[in-house]
Design a protein around this ligand. Structure first.
Ligand code: NAD
Length: 455
């Protein structure tokens, strides 16, 4: 089937109204969970082929989040799908007012390669939970994962309800030409703009989960050892190929050297710094390997910098004495290279961060409420953590998404359900009373009464 035919078949399926049934949705979500559980070994193998990532880390960063999200939806969608009564204002008396959650229709999910299951299946299952049909296009840059996802989903779900379409730019472009009811895109800001433009042609609403440079602020009063440990974990997990990894560190100058040494100690403790080990991931492809390699300049190398092109391996690398004008600060790094900028003037540091656009995440390490609150107030960003990094995305009660150049909209938990739902507002009028105030003649007495009632 070509793309248009797939789209039309989804539209037809949606119009059968089968997806309106909450029981149907719950059955599909349970089927998805069972399918993934049954094929976990294949899933780990495919990720290993694409990224060299261990089964432990894939379970932690992808499958566990998918399972938890399915459990949450199965427990809650009946309640979330119910119409909700709200108060009616005096002007409309007597009436009832309520909001009816309804599915949007045929939805498109375009995924990224760095956590290929999580970034494709979390939005897809949120959309299914909200009663939509889903066409999913995983990233072509993680081919083994994409192929497995297509086999598993396409063989186990109705093909006009939940379909995986594999391919790159050409397939995305064809898909984007269809009049979807919702597009959910995860990827770079540059491609996000292309998606937004394509969606505008059909007035299709979008959620854009994009990237950017996420800073971590480290204040002199932080718990230094814990800060170093958590920063190293967050930055080098998946070899830095995480949208919410701390892209760079801004550290108060008096503790710069101590932080650098503490982070190096942590790196040596956890990673084999000369080859790809069980706890470390490969760079996704040669293009990204070369791009990242070019950031490593000996003048700034504090530790790491060991590379193996054949295995697309770059050891956890820290760059010191960096300023905002260095090349590594001009684009999102998205790899295991951590520039450290020392600052003396917080105002200047936050000013430079703000100049770079609103980041997807921001982290602050400090024991002072004043430092923390000031920073959270001053910088606009998608979401973040205090005295840790990345972990906010694993709490499904926190909507996850960017702002400005880092994205539009959010998902995870109830936010994911909302993202794929239209809330239809209804006011149902009683028939036993009709105020004469509504109708002419509009006398002085009526005006007074109206003002008395409505303020
Ligand atoms: P990308 O933008 O290159 O690709 C993402 C998807 O878009 C892929 O499926 C790809 O096939 C498709 N695509 C690429 N070019 C296209 C075009 N011209 N027209 C239509 N579709 C096109 O991003 P990527 O390299 O897969 O991922 C890395 C980026 O994604 C980073 O910037 C990262 O920060 C961001 N990201 C964001 C999140 C988030 O949740 N906010 C998560 C992961 C990654």
């Amino acid at each position: 089937m070509d793309i248009k035919e797939i789209f039309v078949s989804h539209r037809r399926f949606f119009n059968t109204e089968k997806t309106r049934s909450v029981a149907f949705r719950i059955k599909q979500l349970n089927a998805l969970k069972e399918l993934l559980k049954r094929h976990e070994d294949k899933i780990y193998e495919a990720i290993y082929q694409d990224l060299g990532r261990s089964a432990y880390n894939t379970y932690l960063s992808e499958l566990s989040l998918i399972y938890q999200e399915i459990n949450l939806y199965v427990r809650n969608i009946r309640r979330w799908s119910k119409r909700k009564r709200v108060w009616t204002n005096l002007a409309n008396f007597p009436a009832k007012s309520y909001i009816i959650p309804e599915p949007l229709g045929v939805t498109l999910v375009i995924g990224a390669w760095n956590y290929p299951y999580q970034l494709s299946l979390l939005p897809a299952l949120s959309s299914l939970a909200a009663g939509n049909t889903v066409i999913l296009k995983p990233s072509e840059l993680s081919p083994a994962t994409s192929a497995l996802m297509a086999t598993l989903i396409n063989q186990n779900f109705p093909k006009d309800y939940f379909t995986v379409v594999e391919g790159g730019v050409e397939k995305s472009t064809e898909l984007l030409a269809q009049p979807f009811d919702k597009i959910f895109f995860t990827g770079s800001t540059a491609v996000g703009k292309i998606v937004y433009q394509a969606a505008a042609k059909h007035l299709t609403p979008v959620t854009l989960e994009l990237g950017g440079k996420s800073p971590a602020f480290v204040f002199a009063d932080c718990d230094l050892d814990m800060t170093a440990k958590r920063l190293v974990w967050a930055k080098f997990f998946n070899a830095g190929q995480t949208c919410v990894a701390p892209d760079y560190i801004l550290v108060e100058r008096p503790i710069e050297k101590r932080l650098l040494s503490a982070m190096k100690k942590e790196i040596i403790k956890y990673y084999d710094i000369e080859k790809v080990g069980e706890n470390y991931t490969r760079i996704i492809n040669d293009h990204h390997f070369d791009r990242l390699h070019s950031f490593i300049e000996n003048d700034h190398l504090f530790c790491g910098g060991i590379v193996d092109k054949e295995n697309r391996f770059i050891s956890p690398t820290i760059l010191q004495d960096i300023s905002f004008d260095d090349r590594v600060m001009k684009e999102e790094i998205f790899g295991p290279i951590l520039p450290v900028i020392a600052f003396s003037d917080l105002y200047e540091a936050t000013y430079r961060v703000r100049e770079g656009g609103k980041p997807l995440a921001c982290y602050v390490y400090s024991k002072s409420d004043e430092n923390i609150d000031n920073l959270l107030k001053t910088i606009s960003f998608g979401g973040g953590a205090v005295n840790d990094s990345m972990v906010h995305l694993s709490n499904s009660r926190l909507p996850f998404g960017g702002v400005g150049h880092s994205g539009i909209g959010s998902y995870h938990g109830k936010a994911g359900f909302n993202t794929f739902t239209h809330y239809k507002s209804i006011l149902r009028k009683a028939l036993w009373f009709e105020p004469s105030l509504k109708y002419p003649p509009y006398t002085g007495l009526k005006t007074k009464l109206l003002r008395f009632l409505l303020g």
